[in-house]
Design a binder for this molecule. Structure first.
Ligand code: NDP
Length: 445
């Protein structure tokens, strides 16, 4: 391992790190521009990240004044890793080319390889000349909202910035690597009671669910609210369930197997629907939905909690949106951040307008929201849904698992950290939160 990375792993001081030189190249997971059409004609479900994701040495870019180099101890797989690796719905090289037109620093990103990954925990190695609040040696996690703070549109809610981007997806130099390049305003303190891999799996999904269900920018849950959570043991769903419970609401978690239902019970979610066992058939064929099946889901929810859901946490998209709009309570909100099963959505608008429902779009979170969501992890109020850990060399396999819906919670990836279990500083807090609670997803793997 490079000397500076080994020093960061060993807890070297900032001065020690500054005394060591940065390498010219670093190990990273990336996709290649030349491969962007490799899956042409292949069905979406069969496109295989194991074929498109490479792991190897890439040149270290120059650091901009508002940026930091991070020694990435661990990272995680997000669904955007899958999107990039199967080049859907677009090749992400288009995003990099657009960023390149914005500034000289932006121009660094338009390369023939795209270093992927939108999560990281690690140690600051270097900061640019304009960075005030962080120093080499700081232990951090990284959120993925990449914002141009010189753009006026970024100064109400930065997610409304016209050129807002997701780091490691719409930018280069992401977190699935030994070194990452991040803006200083992506940095947050590492939760001291967590291992590197536990700390690495939260920022993207946790912040997304926080904005959707806690922030006033989303559809905040209030005491007694009933919330239907699709994919309740998935990446964002597993945080959503925790937020509903923390906020005094009642989650109705939808999953597709009994082992996943078991995870939900342990997480504290009492009302569970196994969609595979129920065998809902919302779509009769590619063009026609079956309102009777929406009604059946609605009845099942009422049988469980005695009412319709005030909020629906929606992300599967085309397969479920018609049902989500139908079952949502009069005056309620369907909050959506994704469309995993297809983004051309169909629902019966009569059920929306006659019952005064709202569909609310949401996307990641601003820095303040991400910071607060991270703080809740730091305090042990939100636990990481880490279910398995892979090496950086195995990113393709890990992305395949997520693509095929074979993984629960989050998959961690070890980068500089050579083994699991490293990085815990606050053992007392860990004990208070409870090893059992911190490892719910791992124990059910
Ligand atoms: P995961 O793969 O971890 O979880 C998705 C869950 O969706 C699965 O656990 C599965 O649960 C459920 N699911 C899959 N297919 C269907 C279906 N046909 N009907 C109902 N449920 C289904 O992904 P994430 O939770 O990390 O992400 C979910 C989506 O959200 C992705 O599209 C991702 O790109 C997007 N996303 C968007 C963000 C944003 O900022 N806009 C941020 C984070 C994610 P089960 O089979 O058990 O029902």
């Amino acid at each position: 391992m490079l000397e500076i990375l080994a020093a960061a792993l060993d807890g070297a001081t900032g001065d020690d790190l500054l005394a060591l030189s940065m390498p010219d190249t670093y190990r990273a997971a990336y996709v290649r521009r030349e491969d962007a059409s490799m899956f042409e004609g292949v069905a979406s479900a069969d496109k295989d990240p194991r074929q498109s994701i490479q792991v190897g040495e890439v040149p270290l870019p120059e650091l901009a004044p508002d940026e930091a180099f991070i020694a990435v101890m661990a990272s995680s797989i997000n669904f955007n890793t899958v999107w990039t690796s199967i080049f859907e719905p677009l090749s992400t090289f288009g995003f990099l080319d657009r960023l390149a037109k914005e500034s000289v620093w932006g121009a660094r990103h338009a390369l023939d390889y795209h270093v992927i990954g939108s999560d990281a925990s690690g140690v600051v190695l270097r900061v640019g000349s304009a960075v005030r609040n962080w120093r080499p040696g700081d232990k951090v996690t990284v959120h993925c909202n990449y914002v141009d703070d010189q753009d006026p549109s970024a100064h109400d809610d930065s997610m409304l910035a016209v050129n807002q981007r997701i780091w490691g997806f719409e930018t280069n130099f992401g977190g699935l690597a030994d070194i990452a390049v991040v803006k200083a305003n992506q940095l947050m303190p590492k939760p001291a009671h967590l291992t590197w891999e536990e700390a690495a799996v939260n920022a993207l999904c946790n912040s997304t669910s926080y904005r959707m269900l806690v922030s006033s920018n989303g559809a905040p849950v209030t005491q007694g609210d009933k919330v239907l959570v699709w994919g309740a043991t998935g990446g964002i769903g597993s945080f959503a369930v925790q937020y509903v419970l923390n906020g005094g609401g009642t989650p109705i978690g939808v999953v597709s197997s009994e082992p996943r239902a078991e995870i939900l019970r342990e997480l504290g979610c009492e009302y569970i629907i196994d969609r595979r066992a129920a065998d809902y058939r919302f779509w009769i064929d590619e063009h026609t939905q079956d309102e009777r099946e929406w009604r059946r889901l609605g009845k099942d929810i009422r049988a469980l909690v005695g009412d319709d859901p005030d909020t629906v946490f929606e992300h599967p998209g085309r397969q479920t949106m018609g049902a989500s709009v139908f079952v949502c309570k009069r005056g309620g909100t369907i909050v959506t951040c994704a469309a995993t099963t297809g983004y051309m959505i169909e629902y019966d608008n009569r059920h929306l307008w006659m019952k005064l429902k709202t569909i609310k779009g949401s996307h990641f979170s601003n820095y303040r929201e991400a910071w607060h969501a991270n703080q809740l992890v730091c305090e042990g109020r939100i636990v990481p849904p880490l279910s398995a850990v892979y090496d950086l060399d195995e990113v393709g396999e890990a992305a395949w698992q997520v693509h095929q819906n074979l993984a629960e919670g989050k998959l961690g990836v070890l980068c500089v950290a050579p083994t699991e279990g490293l990085g815990i500083d606050d053992h007392a807090l860990r004990e208070r939160v409870g090893e059992d609670r911190l490892t719910i997803f791992r124990r059910h793997r």
